[in-house]
Write a protein that binds this ligand. Structure first.
Ligand code: ATP
Ligand code: MG
Length: 497
């Protein structure tokens, strides 16, 4: 066979396992083959995450490992092609269990490796099959980033640019795809697993990975520089209140207050800019809902990881290929009212559903929680007004404001600060109306005046303003006891930090 001949001749100068560098599994080529284009995934995957002091092991000059890499690379590409041809639609068949698919692919790959007659040790053969399986079934070069717990977000801008967020900071990961085609295969694989599709007629899609990570993909022609993929990773274990306190996003006093507010069935909005941690905080707030209450969650792509048992999770649906069958967040909010919910938790209000949500909050579904994209608590109110107007009801502004002020009790605002940390910068009570204006009163605000340390890290913490929100007066009647000192401005200034 031609390929095996090439492989055999390529292996002659040196056994395969001796191919450098030591950081790759022995069977995997470390350097991209010159013919394979400017950037090949294996070496690039290693680049950002392997800070080894000796990244390059220069091979002895007499030995020329490149042909081995080249032959292996070629073999990998051909094996992938053959596998795609052989398995066809079964590769994206969402009715197949993951384990079945894995077994099937490994079997086919084993046969392909066998027939190629490459002389590999058993563990090299296994690693080659692992690598190919990753490529075909997993997320190819992204797998490593997805497996890295320090990475919280992966952003692919075309095959050559993959950025990651680590500890709140964005950097180029150095990872690249071998081609746009390889990137497209990864995208198709992700979206087909959740029963969605991506093609020219529907070039944008929201999906999620099995671990709950949220995925957005956009392909050309909408994405001009090659397909774009954004993966918001959520830890296997969701961040809980204690984690947010540990990360200085919340103070223990704020947790105590928020816990009491959720139990007292206040309607709470979490606000903030993109990626500031709204969904994470919404999840934390939801965790304070007593277990005997019936919760309905409504999201575009499920992200919330509620720990309670009595939860109905609803997900909106995009239109089908004929442009029909879409189920919007608004449809789901309306439907949820007929599901006897004790609590409605909406992942994000960003359209006409805001009117239904406000009405629900005002008419017996207190204790509802949601998030709104906004830059400040005041801005959140303005945004809600706009969203309600989008519902198309010809309501006067004053009526909208009255709806908002009587529906929303509390706004918890998040910001991602320059140092990469995500902090709650405001806990703000919506007090009511004064004339035509909705009055807001901060109970906690972030202390920016403390400045930054020598590493640029903010030294401030959220501090109580000393003003006790009016709604806390109802807490005692409800049997909810706030410990003394939660709003004690002086106490915080002196002791706590
Ligand atoms: N307090 C926090 N401290 C550190 N990391 C956090 C914190 N909150 C959230 N994160 C991480 O930040 C990322 C963004 O969080 P999240 O999805 O909750 O933000 P978001 O505001 O809902 O984003 P979007 O606007 O895209 O919906 C996630 O990877 C999450 O794990
Ligand atoms: Mg979110």
């Amino acid at each position: 066979m031609k390929l095996s001949d090439r492989l055999r001749s390529a292996q002659q100068p040196r056994p395969l396992q001796a191919a450098p560098p030591a950081t790759r599994p022995a069977g995997m080529p470390a350097a991209p083959a010159a013919a394979a284009g400017p950037a090949v995934e294996p070496s690039a995957v290693d680049a950002p995450t392997d800070p080894s002091p000796e990244p390059v092991q220069t091979p002895p000059p007499a030995v020329t490992p490149a042909p081995v890499s080249s032959a292996l690379q070629t073999f990998k590409e051909q094996a992938r092609e053959q596998l795609f041809q052989k398995m066809g639609g079964r590769l994206t068949d969402s009715s197949l269990q993951e384990a079945e698919l894995q077994a099937l692919v490994r079997k086919e790959l084993a046969a392909l490796v066998q027939s190629a007659d490459i002389s590999l040790k058993p563990d090299e053969r296994r690693r080659l099959i692992d690598d190919l399986t990753d490529d075909v079934l997993g997320y190819g070069p992204l797998q490593k980033l997805l497996d890295d717990d320090d990475v919280t977000e992966v952003m692919v801008n075309g095959p050559d640019h993959v950025y990651v967020e680590r500890a709140g900071r964005l950097t180029n990961s150095g990872v690249v795809f071998t081609s746009e085609e390889q990137l497209r295969r990864v995208i198709e694989r992700i979206v087909s697993r959740v029963g969605r599709r991506i093609d020219e007629s529907s070039p944008l899609v929201d999906a999620r990975l099995e671990d709950g990570s949220r995925v957005n993909a956009v392909i050309p022609p909408l994405a001009v520089n090659g397909s774009s993929l954004t993966i918001r990773k959520f830890g296997k274990v969701p961040l809980m209140a204690a984690d947010l306190v540990r990360r200085d996003s919340l103070t223990p006093e704020m947790v105590t207050l928020l816990d009491a507010c959720v139990k007292a069935r206040l309607n709470i909005l979490v606000t903030g800019g993109t990626g500031t941690g709204k969904t994470t905080l919404l999840n934390v707030l939801s965790s304070f809902i007593p277990t005997d209450e019936r919760i309905v969650t409504i999201e575009d792509a499920v992200e919330l990881q509620l720990q309670q048992e009595h939860v109905v999770r609803l997900e909106s649906r995009p239109p089908n290929i004929e442009g029909r069958g879409a189920i919007t967040i608004r449809d789901l909010v309306r439907n949820s009212l007929r599901m006897r919910p004790d609590r409605i938790v909406v992942g994000e209000v960003r359209g006409a559903e805001s009117l239904d949500m406000l009405q629900a909050m005002n008419t017996g579904h207190e204790g509802s929680l949601s998030t709104v994209h906004a830059n400040t608590p005041r801005d959140a109110i303005a945004r809600l007004e706009t969203l309600v107007l989008m519902a198309g009801m010809d309501l006067p502004l004053r009526a909208i404001r009255e709806q908002i002020s009587s529906a929303v009790d509390l706004i918890v605002h998040l910001s991602r600060l320059r140092d990469g940390t995500r902090r709650v910068t405001h806990v703000t009570e919506v007090q009511g109306m004064e004339g035509d204006i909705i009055t807001l009163q901060d109970a906690f605000v972030f202390d920016f005046s403390a400045g930054v340390d020598e590493h640029g890290k903010f030294l401030g913490r959220p501090r109580a303003t000393g003003v006790r929100p009016g709604f806390t007066e109802r807490f005692e009647d409800l049997g909810i006891h706030l410990p003394p000192g939660v709003f004690d401005h002086e106490l915080k200034a002196r002791n706590a930090w």
